[in-house]
Design a protein around this ligand. Structure first.
Ligand code: ZN
Length: 168
């Protein structure tokens, strides 16, 4: 083994961890930006680098299940848009919530509702891709100043990052 091999391996591991952190940040940024763009109040966005879990807490849309659906799928769609791929675990809660929302539609409308939710999420993300990146970058930048594995943006900082987010 060459003396450099260990270092290469460490670099590779670090790159892989970086990519996973970024994918998680992009995923949560997607939920956050779409929620805001559709008119929700967004309280905070958070990632836990130790567990790979994240949270984006925002108000729900009463009487607009399509909007709730769009916010729900926005995490995965943001990863797709920005070519980032988080772990399966990140998506478990989203899938459960998506089923819950879809089950409230009559059978005949479910497929259309699902397609409509995806369409709204995709279009909103494309129109606001720059802000998805900003929120994700903001989360990643805080990795090194946070004293725990949890990184959160809220309050005026979050409001500033989302100030120009717009609906389509
Ligand atoms: Zn999610």
């Amino acid at each position: 083994m060459n003396p450099g091999d260990d270092e290469d391996e460490l670099d590779e591991t670090a790159d892989r961890c970086d990519a996973m952190d970024r994918a998680l940040a992009v995923h949560e940024a997607g939920h956050t930006v779409v929620a805001r763009a559709l008119g929700a109040d967004v309280l905070f966005v958070e990632i836990d680098l130790a567990t790979g879990n994240g949270k984006s807490r925002s108000s729900q849309f009463d009487g607009s299940p399509i909007k709730n659906l769009a916010v729900c799928v926005a995490g995965c769609r943001a990863e797709h848009l920005l070519d980032a791929h988080s772990s399966r675990r990140t998506k478990v809660d989203d899938r459960r919530l998506m089923r819950e929302i879809l089950l409230r539609f009559p059978d005949a409308e479910r497929r259309l509702a699902r397609a409509e939710g995806y369409r709204l999420a995709d279009a909103t993300l494309r129109a606001n891709a720059v802000y998805v990146r900003k929120v994700a970058d903001g989360l990643l930048a805080r990795r090194w100043i946070s004293d725990s594995a949890t990184v959160r943006i809220d309050g005026v900082e979050l409001a500033a990052l989302l100030a120009f987010v717009h609906s389509i």
